[in-house]
Design a protein around this ligand. Structure first.
Ligand code: ATP
Ligand code: MG
Length: 459
């Protein structure tokens, strides 16, 4: 990472409309994140009011101040920041990040945490993903890590190198399994392991062991039913008849159990059947992963940002689900990195700006969601979360009432009532807004009382 000299960011927003109108004074209004309660920012405006224009100016100021920047651009409009590198995620480029890489912090990281995080994300984007599917995916992940020698209860095994697809291919082609062990497994490892299990679970066919197990289950059910009947029978005739049936059923069970034991190969067949539920469930899990990864977001193929301190992630070609998965995995990685680096000396310094376009779609009510964690806790680690959206009404109150700076560039009248109710924003201030000329700004300066919005004449 290139670390340019850092300056406290000071961004010129425009002239205070009040001072100009009432006092004929030119009073400049600046965005200075380090003076505010936090470096989070909200830019709202309906289409054409200048969200992209103002966001680009703000981002350019951040880059100029030596602040690291990650922009998540869903409309392909934010790549023109001087000094920034842009990369597009798509089926054609196949850029992605290995979701099996671990956070190695013994307290907050590790195998189980990563698995729960991934399962939570997959459930968030595909609520139809069921309990059984989640169990199967959890077991697949645990087994894939275990095959690589990485275990939930042994933090010493969590540390590996990051792999790329090309390195993986080189080592696999050379059959250099020893070297491969130094790297994290990838989704490809999980998929090929899953496919092997699927073949093993596909009943009939050439798998004698599972056919025998299935037969045993059938015979055992029949034996149970007969025993039930025998217990209830009263006439001698009936008891005699059922007794004979019971004997023969027991023989069937014994011989199919023997056949099952005989046909066992790995010795893990029964365990696998319990772990992987059924061939159908396992197949549906693999299919779901295939779909989510259709554009390659889970490939171990990071975009070539090089040393650029400002990165624009172009997400337009991804589906909503894929955008959410990619963004939340990156947010977590960024947050963990800064947590490892520790709190900033001043406690107010801004080191890293995360910019989310159409940000409302990444928020959720879940307080443990990474975006809410960042909104709450990121300040001391020097992270500012900058959000752009059509309207402030789509954000949780916890964010609206705690964001350091809010810029309203023009709201649709249908949102006025809700906006004035949720924010310290008077109808008069809203009425003075003129797209691309006058905006409403609220800056929550640290140690001061909650300020109302004021109008600012932008350049
Ligand atoms: N303050 C300004 N001064 C001059 N031109 C501006 C200003 N703000 C915006 N514009 C221009 O107005 C047009 C619309 O602005 P912009 O694309 O930033 O809107 P937007 O809010 O991002 O819209 P959308 O929601 O459709 O993306 C652009 O051509 C932009 O360059
Ligand atoms: Mg725009």
């Amino acid at each position: 990472m290139q670390h340019a000299m850092q300056y406290a960011m000071q961004h010129y927003l425009g002239l205070s409309e009040y001072h100009l109108r009432q006092k004929q004074q030119e009073y400049p209004v600046h965005y200075e994140p380090e003076r505010l309660i936090n470096a989070h920012l909200l830019v709202c405006g309906m289409s054409g009011t200048g969200k992209s224009y103002q966001s680009l100016r703000l981002l350019a100021s951040a880059v100029q101040a030596g602040i690291e920047v990650d922009v998540f651009d869903v409309h392909d409009e934010l790549h023109g920041i001087p000094g920034a590198n842009a990369c597009r995620y798509s089926q054609a480029t196949g850029y992605g990040y290995n979701p099996l890489e671990l956070d190695i912090d013994p307290h907050t990281g590790g195998v189980n945490r990563q698995i729960e995080y991934l399962l939570g994300l997959i459930h968030e984007v595909s609520p139809q993903f069921g309990v059984k599917q989640a169990m199967v995916l959890r077991n697949l992940l645990v087994d894939t890590y275990a095959l690589a020698g990485i275990y939930p209860d042994n933090p010493a095994t969590w540390q590996r190198n990051s792999i790329t697809e090309s390195v993986r291919k080189q080592l696999t082609d050379a059959r250099n399994w020893q070297a491969l062990k130094q790297y994290y497994p990838t989704l490809d490892d999980l998929k090929s392991y899953g496919k092997r299990k699927l073949t093993a679970l596909t009943l009939g066919g050439d798998n004698k062991c599972l056919s025998a197990l299935e037969q045993l289950t059938r015979h055992y059910k029949r034996l149970n039913a007969l025993q039930g009947k025998y217990a209830k029978a009263s006439s001698d005739d009936e008891l005699d008849k059922l007794g004979k049936q019971l004997t023969s059923s027991k023989e069937h069970c014994t011989s199919s159990y023997a056949a099952f034991i005989e046909a066992m190969q790995s010795g893990r067949e029964l365990e696998d059947m319990l772990k992987y539920d059924s061939a159908d469930t396992l197949a549906s899990v693999l299919q779901r992963l295939e779909l989510l990864n259709a554009a390659g977001i889970f490939r171990a193929n990071p975009p070539p940002f090089g040393n650029a301190p400002a990165r624009v992630h172009q997400l337009k070609a991804l589906t909503d689900e894929q955008q959410i998965l990619l963004v939340k995995l990156r947010l977590r990685a960024i947050f963990e990195r800064h947590k490892q680096a520790g709190a900033t000396n001043s406690g107010t310094q801004l080191r890293h700006v995360i910019f989310l376009d159409e940000a409302h779609k990444f928020f959720s009510k879940d307080s443990s969601d990474i975006i809410n964690v960042i909104a709450r806790e990121a300040r001391k680690f020097g992270i500012g979360l900058w959000c752009a959206s059509q309207s402030p009404t789509d954000f949780p109150d916890s964010f609206l009432t705690n964001v350091g700076a809010t810029l309203i560039l023009g709201l649709h009248p249908t949102h006025w009532q809700m906006a004035t109710a949720k924010l310290r924003l008077g109808k008069d201030t809203l009425k003075y807004i003129r797209a691309k000329e006058v905006v409403a700004v609220q800056l929550r300066v640290a140690g001061r009382a909650e300020p109302p919005f004021g109008n600012v004449i932008v350049g």
